[in-house]
Design a protein around this ligand. Structure first.
Ligand code: AMP
Length: 301
């Protein structure tokens, strides 16, 4: 594995690989790597000749300096995971290369960034898309890998790639979970034992609402009440949002009824556990919706 810390070097290497006809898979990360990141890397390895992982704690996507400062990432551990997973190039991004002096050229996706996390984290997605755009220019991947754990981010990046006519495929990877269902996240390392005990309430709430939807209850208010009710069983959690939206547009369903939307239905929650922000979601795909509507006439009615 080659470890690279300068933007012009990774650019030169990837240009060289492209000239040699190698396909490039790219996994952008903030560091604090875990099995979730490893699953993205494995898929990239299975689909591409060479895999580039970037590790860059992008300051422009954090909303508070304290969240950035305590972000649990260690370069030595991250590099060890990359090495174990057979990564070809680990690019350790540097602030001075990416957030250049007098930087002012932001890349912003509009509508998709407004709801859900966007409503509570002003500027967050603008920071994500700007840095992902920079990294895409450095790496110019054939395929880039994003986790469904950050569903809105994956949708926003896919939109940017389509809108800006990038010749890259965005590949979406299922969420990797702990045995008790908690989605793996770098921030989980910051949870106190009590907060960690409370964390499974997110997937419990999502599963309950998903089951309700599968039984044919397409009433958005009832589904969101179901999410909130399940989250409220864990008093330590402070709910930020609990929503049921069109998974393609992230817009609310018209008339408050789930319809057979092209992109399916997204059930999404965000909650604070003693100062640590947790997010999770369940994506009910159109084919799953159709099978539940066949078994019940009420869905979408
Ligand atoms: P991050 O380092 O948090 O920016 O994550 C880098 C990439 O890994 C993003 O595309 C995330 O969605 C993805 N990722 C993070 N956690 C998980 C997980 N538990 N399962 C699958 N992908 C994940």
């Amino acid at each position: 594995m080659r470890v690279i810390s300068r933007a012009h070097e990774i650019q030169a290497w990837t240009a060289c690989l492209r000239r040699a006809g190698r396909s490039l898979g790219f996994v952008p990360t903030l560091g604090g790597l875990h099995e979730g990141h490893a699953s993205l890397i494995r898929l990239a390895r299975s689909e591409c000749d060479k895999v580039v992982v970037s590790v860059y704690l992008n300051p422009t996507q954090f909303n508070s300096p304290s969240d950035l400062e305590r972000y649990p990432a260690r370069a030595d551990e991250d590099l060890a995971l990359c090495e174990r997973e057979g990564v070809d190039f680990a690019y350790l991004g540097r602030r001075e290369d990416l957030l250049v002096d007098r930087f002012q050229s932001w890349v912003e996706v509009e509508r998709l960034t407004r709801p859900l996390c966007g409503a509570f984290r002003p500027g967050h997605f603008r920071g994500v898309t700007t840095v992902v755009a920079q990294l895409f220019h450095l790496v110019r991947p054939d395929r880039a890998y994003f986790g469904l754990k950050d569903f809105q981010q994956a949708r926003v990046v896919s939109r940017m790639v389509r809108d800006l006519l990038w010749d890259a495929e965005v590949r979406l990877v299922p969420t990797v979970r702990e045995p008790d269902g908690v989605a793996l996240s770098s921030r989980n390392r910051l949870l106190s034992p009590a907060a960690r005990n409370a964390a499974p309430a997110l997937i419990r709430a999502l599963s309950r609402a998903r089951d309700r939807l599968a039984r044919g209850d397409g009433d958005v208010a009832a589904l969101e009440a179901c999410l909130r009710g399940a989250l409220a069983e864990e008093p330590l959690l402070k709910v930020e949002y609990a929503e049921v939206v069109d998974a393609e547009t992230l817009d609310p369903f018209p008339d408050g009824k789930v319809t057979e939307a092209d992109g399916g239905v997204l059930l999404a929650v965000a909650a604070w556990a003693e100062g640590v922000r947790l997010i999770d979601n369940v994506w009910v795909r159109p084919e799953d919706l159709r099978s539940s509507s066949r078994s019940s006439a009420t869905l979408g009615s």
